[in-house]
Design a binder for this molecule. Structure first.
Ligand code: 6PG
Length: 233
């Protein structure tokens, strides 16, 4: 586990954007990224659009979770990604893999699981062959990550790649499950602001919070700013 502390949210966002570019440039293969939702990664996504020599042609974009809303909703994570980065650079539509809105959250989850398995080319995850190259995640002040909230059955899911969360938030959520988020060469958390300090303290000391349960196959990196760092002040 690597912890990188930045002065503020802007510095954190710049560092995370450059880090992702380095990861993507380090290979010549297709490169799969699972994007975080919420507000913290917005600035990183905006900065990505101006990163030099970013291999846009090889990178495919997936979503760690989504709110069960149409993509043009202000609450849509796919909508946020389009607004902050994909509308600003010539990325091929087939490189973007949003959670498609459907008749029900369950159908949306089933469809997304099918899409992930088609991308991966197998029905079962192979520990030696991670699904993602990079998974980006945020941290809720209750210790949730993606849409894996404390006390939800989604947190226990070990078979399905994608599941639903109903009742934990105003809109139903579709979320990748722990085994899928762990199937990555690198997982990076972006955590900013004093409001996250207590959650971060508890996750780092190993309290049984969703974000603390994540055991990535590969590298684990924490991009945090001074305000969120529980070790200072
Ligand atoms: C979402 C996210 C969620 C988010 C945390 C932190 O869709 O909301 O995936 O897990 O990362 O809630 O949200 P903020 O970055 O807005 O604090």
């Amino acid at each position: 586990m690597t912890i990188i502390v930045h002065d503020d949210a802007e510095a954190l966002s710049q560092a995370a954007a450059l880090w992702l570019a380095e990861q993507a440039r380090a290979t010549k293969e297709r490169f799969a990224v699972s994007l975080a939702g919420g507000s913290t990664p917005r600035r990183m996504y905006e900065l990505l659009a101006s990163v030099e020599r970013f291999p846009w042609d090889r990178v495919h974009w997936f979503f760690g979770d989504e709110r069960f809303v149409p993509q043009d909703s202000p609450d849509s994570n796919a909508g946020m990604a389009r607004e902050t980065v994909f509308s600003k650079i010539p990325v091929a539509p087939e490189n973007i893999h949003p959670v498609a809105f459907a008749k029900s959250p369950e159908i949306a989850a089933q469809n997304y699981e099918r899409a992930l398995k088609a991308w991966y080319g197998a029905e079962k995850l192979d520990p030696q062959r991670p699904l993602f190259d990079v998974v980006l995640l945020g941290l809720g002040d209750d210790g949730h990550t993606a849409s894996l909230f404390p006390g939800t059955t989604a947190l226990m899911e070990q078979t399905h790649w994608v599941t639903t969360v109903v009742g934990a938030t105003p809109q139903p959520r579709i979320t990748l499950t722990l085994p899928v988020l762990e199937s990555s060469r690198a997982v990076a958390f972006l955590v900013s602001g004093a409001g996250k300090r207590e959650a971060l303290r508890r996750v780092w000391r190993g309290d049984d919070l969703p974000a603390a349960r994540l055991r990535p196959r590969g590298e684990l990196v924490w991009f945090v700013d001074r305000a969120a760092d529980p070790r200072t002040g």
